[in-house]
Write a protein that binds this ligand. Structure first.
Ligand SMILES: *Cc1c(COP(=O)(O)O)cnc(C)c1O
Length: 747
């Protein structure tokens, strides 16, 4: 039976999710499905369900087939989980089982350290975690009960206001929020209220509903800004951005959109696309000028979600905050460069008068009054306690050190990319001023030597973000390569590096982006560079028919493993499967009875001869924490492969599922096969073996022959054993391999 990648998917899914194999009758429903691309036509749940139903019904538990599909089937040595997935269980399961179930499921998530798509902090010191745990049961709104929390909160606001150069003459006010998004809602609402009250108190009063308020920001804005406008009925006036302008708002374009109903302009300190800072000072100057000419007075809110805790440390003299007169309010995310775990934002107003009284709620307690201006009532206190921990622990210098390290690593990455196949769109590696010509240039160059090369002021300002795309020359030489493949292939190596279109107006430009957070060490950057280059070079010179993800690829897989199926073959199926009746129903273990050595597998391409197994590749020793959603990877890779690749993969798949107990024996096939895809293929194998082991990479785990037939026994252990248990000798493996090859060519 020829099937495409989706069947492989279902096979993989079976191995992962079920213990009992399924009957062929159900599988053959599948054959109708498998001619269609997985992404559009196959309902994974029904595939999985159809694969679950197998004659070995004695292994099923008491639930009906239908119900079974919606049950969690997890494992735990103390007691397995057996609870409905979509309705609340009537009776609970032991805490250990609940833990194991969720813990295992969550291992499918990407690895946060390698998630270079996110600005959000993924690490805090142990002491911070201790404080968080000690205080995570405290609700910040309970002022009487937790006055110390309130004091710490207020001290945070005070430190942040000072960091942002709030003048001492005015009374700055602020609050913690769930993140920048909530903070932007509050900042925007304050602008709207201010505008409304100006209208109603005008003489004669103007109607605040017709034509209604508008707000201006760049097309590069984060979604939270548009959310504010839509949620609070404010017209969005999006300033188009241009590639030549670094994909950020040009204040000269923004000013053209202002009218008397503009409640404010949001200037972004740290564009999410490229890390560039928009020019707050220029915006303020232009608005001053506008006011002089027209009397229209428009304030600025700065969205400093990322820049708020970065610019003050990296560029202490840069004017963007409350030292720019028109800036009324600033938001930031404590959980980005504030270096706190997710769940914390801040907003500060330069002067309490910028906050309309209607927005402030008085909370009276113990004879004193506290003011509250938030969208949420209850809120955890732990995040801002963790923020204060950072303030105390790092201090200004500590934050600065981390900022400089991030910029340094961003420069390293940028230069490596620019020196090879890429064009870098972010700017923190570019000199602040272009080198002067002639003698002046030479003098400057000489002087530069004396400067501190790590001083960020020597380079253009921005967040430690590296946005890049394949260079024009590269694209000319390799017109068939899609940039997004790099992102997909990097994902197979564990890295999460998004590839996305530039903001509206320039969306045809695609960019890859790496956020250089504290946890992306120089060591990791070096690995990342090596992996980006390896992946890119792996794609070079591909013809359209070879492209790993191309549209014209015709994928087909041969389902080969007799051991996967049982002996309940009926009717037509026999034409496709000749199954050794004595082979175990599902998994072949190297140490199982010898029956597994005689699989009869028709319709298989003959694998290329296997070279001697001299140097076992120790890839089973990979660190499990670098693993991430293997299933997605398999699906992505397999759904549309060209046949040259599939035949190699099929050989490997065959070998894995029929005879070979050790993935090491597979690798030579790849090496002798298509050299250019060897790396790709080995990662396929790696991922194929991964799902079985990601929850438990214990190489000493053993299982018994009986356990294979025991539906309650964890699949993971069985497969662990198969791939990771007491290593057989290379000689053994070779024998098995040879036997398998002989068997398949005989067939
Ligand atoms: C991240 C981000 C936001 C949203 O912040 P959250 O803290 O995730 O709510 C808004 N604006 C910009 C520029 C951002 O980078």
């Amino acid at each position: 039976m020829e099937v495409d990648g989706s069947t492989i998917y279902s096979l993989a899914a079976r191995h992962i999710y079920t213990v009992s194999p399924s009957p062929f009758s159900r599988l053959f429903h599948l054959s109708k499905l498998v001619t269609m691309p997985l992404s559009r036509h196959i309902d994974a749940n029904s595939v999985i369900e159809s694969c679950k139903d197998h004659p070995h019904k004695q292994h099923l538990n008491t639930h009906s087939q239908r119900a079974r599909a919606t049950y969690h089937q997890s494992w735990s040595r103390d007691s397995g989980a057996d609870v409905p997935k979509y309705t609340m269980p009537k009776n609970g399961i032991p805490s250990k089982s609940a833990y194991q179930l969720l813990h295992d499921e969550l291992t499918l998530d990407g690895n946060p350290t390698l998630n270079l798509a996110s600005f959000v902090q993924t690490w805090m010191p142990e002491e911070a975690e201790k404080l968080i745990i000690e205080n995570m049961n405290k609700n910040a709104v309970d002022l009487d009960e937790y006055p110390a929390c309130q004091v710490i909160h207020n001290r945070c606001v005070s430190m942040i206001a000072d960091l942002w150069k709030a003048p001492t003459a005015t009374q700055a006010v602020g609050t913690a929020t769930a993140g920048s998004s909530e903070a932007i809602m509050l900042g925007g609402l304050a602008l709207k209220k201010r505008w409304q009250s100006a209208l109603t108190s005008a003489n004669p009063p103007r109607d605040p509903y017709h034509p209604g308020p508008n707000i201006i920001f760049g097309a590069n804005a984060q979604v939270a800004l548009e959310k504010f406008a839509r949620y609070w009925d404010v017209e969005t006036r999006l300033v188009p951005v241009k590639a030549k302008n670094d994909f950020i708002m040009d204040p000269r374009d923004a000013i053209k959109l202002v009218d008397e109903n503009t409640i404010g302009i949001i200037v972004i300190m740290g564009s999410t696309y490229t890390g560039h800072f928009e020019d707050v000072q220029l915006m303020s100057d232009l608005l001053d000028d506008l006011q002089k000419r027209t009397g229209i007075d428009v304030p600025i809110h700065v969205d400093a979600a990322s820049g708020g805790f970065f610019a003050p440390f990296a560029y202490p003299n840069y004017k963007w905050a409350f030292d720019v007169p028109r800036v009324h309010s600033i938001n930031t995310s404590g959980h980005k460069f504030g270096l706190v775990y997710p769940g914390l934002g801040w907003i500060v107003w330069k002067d309490e008068t910028f906050l309309h009284k209607d927005l402030i709620f008085e909370l009276h307690y113990l004879g004193s009054v506290e003011y509250s201006y938030t969208l949420n009532f209850s809120k955890p206190a732990a995040p801002f306690i963790a923020q204060m921990f950072n303030f105390l622990n790092l201090g200004f210098d500590g934050y600065r050190k981390i900022a400089l390290k991030g910029l340094k690593n961003a420069r390293l990455l940028s230069r490596a990319l620019e020196g090879t196949y890429f064009t870098v769109l972010s700017n923190v590696h570019k000199p602040a001023s272009p080198p002067a010509a002639g003698a002046a240039g030479l003098v400057k160059k000489a002087a530069d030597v004396l400067y501190d090369e790590e001083d960020p002021e020597r380079y253009q300002r921005g967040l430690p973000v590296v946005s890049f795309r394949l260079s024009d020359e590269f694209m000319k030489e390799n017109p068939n390569i899609k940039q997004e493949w790099i992102s997909i292939m990097l994902r197979a190596k564990g890295w999460i590096v998004p590839n996305y279109g530039a903001p509206p107006n320039e969306e045809k430009t695609e960019m890859l982006r790496v956020v250089v957070r504290e946890t992306l060490s120089e060591d990791l950057v070096e690995r990342l560079i090596a992996d980006i280059l390896e992946v890119t070079e792996g794609l070079m010179g591909m013809s359209p028919s070879q492209s790993p993800f191309g549209n014209n690829a015709s994928g087909s897989f041969v389902v080969s493993s007799s051991s996967v199926w049982d002996d309940d073959v009926e009717g037509d199926e026999e034409e496709f499967y000749t199954v050794s009746p004595s082979s175990p129903p599902m998994v072949l273990c190297a140490s199982e009875p010898p029956s597994f050595k005689s699989p009869v597998v028709p319709y298989l391409p003959t694998p290329s001869p296997s070279p001697p197994l001299s140097t076992p590749t120790p890839f089973y020793a990979r660190n499990p924490t670098t693993l991430h959603n293997p299933l997605t990877t398999i699906i992505t890779f397999l759904t549309s492969l060209p046949s040259s690749i599939t035949s190699t993969l099929v050989s490997s798949y065959h070998a894995i599922h029929t005879a070979t107990a050790d993935p090491r024996t597979i690798i030579p096939i790849f090496q002798s096969g298509l050299a250019s895809i060897a790396q790709f293929a080995s990662s396929f194998i790696f991922y194929l073996t991964l799902p079985f082991t990601s929850s438990n990479l214990n190489p000493t785990s053993t299982s018994t022959s009986r356990s294979i037939h025991d539906s309650s026994y964890p699949m993971t252990s069985i497969l662990n054993k198969r791939f990771f248990a007491s290593p057989q000798t290379a000689g053994d493996a070779k024998d098995i391999m040879t036997a398998s090859l002989a068997a398949s060519s005989a067939a």
